[in-house]
Design a protein around this ligand. Sequence first.
Ligand code: FE2
Length: 376
Amino acid sequence: MTGVSVDPSGAFLTLGSRRFHAIWLRDNAADPGTRDPGNGQRLIAPGAIPSDLRIASAAISNGTLMVDFAPEMRTIAFELSWLARNAYDRSGVDGRGWTDPVITTWRGSLLGEVPAADLEALERRGGELRDWLGHVRRYGVARVVNGPAVPGALFRIVDLFGHVRETNYGRHFDVRNQVNPVNLAYTGRALQAHTDNPYRDPVPTVQVLYCLESSQGGGDSMVIDGFAAVRRLREENQDHFDVLADHCARFAFDGEDGVCLAARRPLIELAPDGELLCVRFNNRSLAAVRDVPFENMALWYAAYRHLGDIIDDPTMAVSFRLEPGECFVVDNTRVLHGRTAWTGVGSRWLQGCYADMDGLRSTHEAMMHATSRAPA
Ligand code: FE2
């Protein structure tokens, strides 16, 4: 950014090639009258800014943009580097299904192996944890190895970045063979790759699955990048992508006394500007879909089948065997997980729990900032 000019109307200024509105600048002022110096929270409501606000003048000095606002007659300083990071005057639309730059989408062969780290190394809360959290954000999945094979050890994983989200399944749940199971997850059946609990609103955004016992009879774990799957869907058939994004599905779970969960959300959830936010895919808990117009229902089902075919394509998946004391963590808004059938030879016992990505992102960001502030 070099050079600043103020539009004669005073409604905006131009800094280099980027324009900034007066109202935007005033609202984002960092002076002590606008933001609390202690916690950084904004002190003013929108109505506190004069409706006839305008930029009287602006000048650059020592990496800072000084702006005089009228009629307040107030001069506020803005760091040029902050303005560069937060500029919004850009052209070009990324189209439907774009993702945050922090995300790298992958297909099975591209990811190769799920990134892994030792539990004890992570609990030192240094660079290993920072990098491992970064892997969860980038790939939507990471493993932890060399933990103890004891019940409850999965909470040590959540303690690394956040808090358990308790549900009707409890603070944690046990995935092992059950007689008369309330959920098909508690049988030996193979499970098509899925996201968990789409019948919740909001869905749990992190799942931890921790292995305590593993049989020799199958039950391998697999993960699939749902964002890569729906992008492939878009490449192969834009109409299929659009119909799943444009209409809500329904999900429900009432397999347990006193529980009647239901949610109305699309399989492909986009932000208003097309950012890919969430994929929901779970054939076991899809309820009767009744929000797709009659004329689009056949197309919706063709798209649903198409997405299922992509998810079932072995080239999309990474498979691995969880040994006792190992676990994996998935971003449940994005990465699907599944398992092959197991025969009942030996035993298979996983403990699972839910947590949330906002806490994980927060921990990672805080560690990144701490790193950048560390003395060289
Ligand atoms: Fe699951």
